[in-house]
Ligand binder design. Structure first.
Ligand code: HEM
Length: 209
């Protein structure tokens, strides 16, 4: 009970991040009997999409949603003074895993070399590559080991979100809402804006006390 009380934040993120996997598994047929093979169950897409389009849709959308959510952690702290590093790390891991799943689906369907045939895929590919070091260092041990370098490494997330948005813009998919949320977060990080909101928050707290 004590463990759940202390860790409910990242446990909740892990559950929320895992649930859409059930949707993916419903579209796949795994055969363990004649060796190991995975095939698509045709007709299991929705909204007029084929199964493959639906797989791209679900994995891509969850990748960008978690990425956007991670980037709202700092603005959330600036506005409300609430932050939890472990929740943030769990969100980062969810982002990376959904991006890796998205890319694995692509490789399985089109082949690895197809990645280099379109600018939007290349942008997504670089984003996925940059997510690898973040994925492996999103834990307490790496933080202690890397010290100041850890924060520098984490700032790769700004390049990653730029490349991911570029990928989605070029694909002409839904990108504006993510760009607005990320953009507002970046505005809040500007030092003068940031200190204004932090001062305002602290002032309110002392008035309430
Ligand atoms: C090697 C890297 C990547 C490849 C090869 C790739 C490939 C694709 C493909 C083939 C589609 C479907 C396009 C279509 O339906 O016309 C797609 C859609 C999408 N991708 Fe990626 N992608 C990559 C990385 C990423 C990353 C890093 C993100 C975000 C974190 C992302 C987010 C999305 C989103 C949001 C969609 C639109 C889904 C929809 O609404 O249908 N992709 N991607």
């Amino acid at each position: 009970m004590q463990f759940i009380k202390k860790n409910y934040g990242w446990i909740l993120v892990s559950i929320l991040a895992s649930l859409p996997l059930l949707v993916l598994f419903k579209m796949l047929q795994v055969d363990f009997f004649n060796g190991f093979s995975v095939s698509l169950i045709e007709g299991s897409g929705a909204e007029g999409k084929t199964t493959l389009e639906m797989l791209y849709h679900v994995s891509g959308e969850f990748a960008i949603r978690w990425m956007t959510a991670v980037l709202t952690c700092t603005p959330f702290f600036i506005l409300f003074g609430v932050s939890n590093l472990y929740v943030r790390q769990a969100m980062g891991i969810a982002t990376a895993i959904w991006s890796f799943i998205h890319f694995i689906i692509f490789i399985a369907a089109e082949g690895f070399l197809e990645t280099f045939t379109q600018v939007n895929y290349i942008a997504g590919f670089i984003a996925v590559l940059l997510l690898i070091p973040l994925f492996f260092t999103s834990n307490r041990k790496s933080m202690r080991y890397l010290k100041d370098k850890w924060k520098k490494l984490q700032s790769l997330v700004y390049i990653i979100i730029f490349l991911s948005l570029l990928h989605i813009v070029l694909l002409e998919k839904t990108w504006l809402i993510y760009a607005i949320v990320v953009g507002l977060g970046l505005v809040l990080r500007i030092p003068v804006v940031k200190s204004y909101f932090i001062k305002r928050r602290k002032k309110r707290k002392t008035i309430q006390a």
